[in-house]
Design a protein around this ligand. Structure first.
Ligand SMILES: Cc1cc2nc3c(=O)[nH]c(=O)nc-3n(C[C@H](O)[C@H](O)[C@H](O)COP(=O)(O)O)c2cc1C
Length: 165
């Protein structure tokens, strides 16, 4: 399975998460979102988009510039998975909202989004990344639960590989 991973990261948390996902899945190509050619997608079996949330529920800056490109990318019939980093203690009402924005854009682009993630184990009030009771992708909190990140990434990657088969 060939995977393309595209991330936007200001402090490096989403970059690190992207690198760990790439290492775990294997055969993955990493792109910073501001260098990714949305107009001529590299061939892949799975596209993973991820990034952090800033302001109050806003996209990370580089994603803010590129979200329209994601929405109009040729993703019809393609498999997409999502991840995000955020801070559930300080931003309990907008926890990882940007992952919800990425989800809406990917769905608009015609993608099939795989890799939902249970919300148990997190303590927050609201998140746009929750749809039908589950997160739409992997959620990582390096501020408050960094000790859980490795096992979350490993479990999610296992789930992704199962869903792809
Ligand atoms: C000014 C500021 C605003 C933030 N807003 C949010 C937010 O609304 N929701 C959230 O979940 N995290 C928020 N965060 C936390 C970041 O998303 C978190 O630190 C993330 O891991 C950063 O990832 P990055 O290094 O990939 O950019 C905010 C952090 C700062 C400093």
């Amino acid at each position: 399975m060939k995977t393309v991973i595209v991330y936007g990261s200001t402090l490096g948390n989403s970059k690190l998460t992207a690198e760990r996902i790439a290492f775990t899945l294997g055969n993955a190509e990493l792109f910073e979102v501001n260098r990714f050619p949305f107009g001529s997608l590299p061939e892949a079996d799975l596209y993973i988009f991820g990034g952090s949330t800033w302001g109050l529920g806003e996209l990370q800056d580089d994603w803010g510039v590129k979200i329209d490109d994601l929405q109009s990318a040729a993703l019809t019939g393609k498999k997409v998975a999502l991840f995000g980093t955020g801070d559930q203690n300080s931003y309990s009402d907008t926890f990882c909202d940007a992952v919800g924005t990425l989800y809406d854009a990917a769905i608009s682009a015609g993608a099939t989004v795989i890799g939902p993630w249970e919300r148990s184990g997190y303590d927050f009030s609201e998140s746009k990344a929750v749809r039908f009771g589950r997160f739409v992708g992997l959620i990582i909190d390096e501020e408050n639960q960094y000790d859980l990140s490795s096992e979350r990434i490993a479990a999610w990657c296992t789930q992704i590989l199962e869903e792809m088969n």
